[in-house]
Design a protein around this ligand. Structure first.
Ligand SMILES: *Cc1c(COP(=O)(O)O)cnc(C)c1O
Length: 368
């Protein structure tokens, strides 16, 4: 293709977002005001009308949710190692310990059987991650949590609008968290949202994000400053309007790639799952992943590996001696880290670009 290289992602900052940001800047009301409130109310429609609490990032959303859940030192939270480090970091930030459990080969999400096997007397919560925009097996995870009296916190940072059996992610657990980082399915420059059905829990989150205050200087609890700005919320509101259309475009791009790619394993979708394709992630077997990526780069096709190093192999999660903790047995996680490759699937891909990507994958992978 005689064009510009295709990037792995192409964040949108359109005229509507720019105008919305300027409008708020001119108003002079820039910090957590009417735009944040409106953004929260609108976002609630994505999660079956649950309460939404906006914060300054997806990581803050996880962090505050864990504080509000009362998770702290001595507690264990079951987390997949095959995720972005933020999932486990949030657990450590409240002084608790992440216990890593393996993933399912198909969905790349937490395996309910592995989660069950990881439960100890210290376990207080399970944190499934709806990785790449595919919902985790929430029916089985909720049943498991109920049997053991555990809380469920959904990391939905990559899965705005995904669903299982018609229930949207972020509407299963005590809370769900979303990220609005620029490469996510929608963004607010930086930003995050916590969703919950529990009004008291929502109130605690609102206090925690703002120094423990509802009324100024009438501090009720110890809190942080994790407020979202009205500028960010105004950008997020414009993006949220476009989310349904962008999701459909991602799904139709994925369908096209599914139908054309024959040389690597295309991403399966579980029964009754709505996949929103934050990433379109193929498996490259036989140790050829890096060679495929290099070949695609040569053709001007961007791709990315999420995640080359599972969290349990990152420095903060090694033993005191700097070794991988042998308590973790994560074969599917290790296999996925060696095989996954995410191809461009963002909404603004043209038909020509999509064909070029599929043909490029088949040509390069075909000769490996
Ligand atoms: C992006 C992401 C986060 C963190 O969100 P930020 O807004 O970047 O802080 C957490 N978990 C997962 C799975 C993510 O992809």
């Amino acid at each position: 293709m005689n064009g510009k290289p295709i990037p792995p992602a192409r964040p949108v900052i359109g005229e509507a977002e720019i105008e919305a940001a300027v409008r708020v800047l001119r108003s002079g009301m820039v910090v957590q005001g009417p735009e944040v409130k409106a953004f929260e109310d609108e976002f609630s429609t994505l999660v079956d009308g649950r309460h939404s609490v906006a914060v300054n990032s997806g990581t803050s959303a996880l962090h505050l949710a864990l504080i509000a859940m009362g998770v702290g030192p001595g507690d264990e939270v079951i987390v997949p190692s095959f995720s972005f480090a933020a999932s486990a970091n949030a657990v450590r930030l409240v002084g608790a310990e992440p216990v890593f459990a393996d993933i399912e080969a198909g969905s790349f999400c937490l395996d309910p059987d592995a989660a069950a096997a990881a439960i100890t007397p210290r376990t207080v919560a399970i944190m499934p991650v709806h990785l790449y925009g595919h919902p985790a097996a929430m029916d089985r995870i909720m049943a498991l949590a109920e049997r053991h009296g555990l809380a469920v916190l959904e990391d939905a940072c990559q899965a705005h609008g995904a669903a299982l059996n018609g229930t949207p992610v972020g509407a299963f657990g005590i809370a769900g968290t979303f990220s609005f980082y620029p490469t996510k399915n929608m963004h607010s420059l930086e930003g995050g949202m916590i969703t919950t059905a529990d009004a008291e829990f929502a109130r605690t989150l609102r206090l925690l994000r703002n120094q423990g205050m509802e009324q100024r200087y009438a501090n009720e609890i110890v809190g942080a400053n994790m407020r979202l700005t009205d500028v960010a919320a105004a950008v997020g509101r414009e993006q949220f309007k476009q989310l349904p259309q962008w999701t459909e475009q991602r799904q139709s791009n994925a369908k096209f790639l599914d139908s054309r790619i024959t040389t690597v394993v295309t991403p399966p979708v579980a029964d009754n799952a709505k996949h929103v394709y934050h990433q379109y992630t193929v498996r490259v077997e036989g140790g050829h992943r890096d060679a495929l990526q290099a070949g695609l780069t040569e053709k001007g096709i961007g791709s990315a590996v999420y995640y080359p190093t599972p969290i349990h192999r990152l420095k903060p999660y090694l033993t005191a001696e700097g070794k991988v903790n042998t308590a973790w047995d994560l074969p599917e996680t290790e296999k996925a880290a060696a095989e996954v490759l995410s191809l461009p699937v963002f909404p603004s891909l043209t038909a020509e670009e999509l064909e070029y990507i599929a043909d490029g994958v088949n040509t390069v992978a075909g000769r490996l």
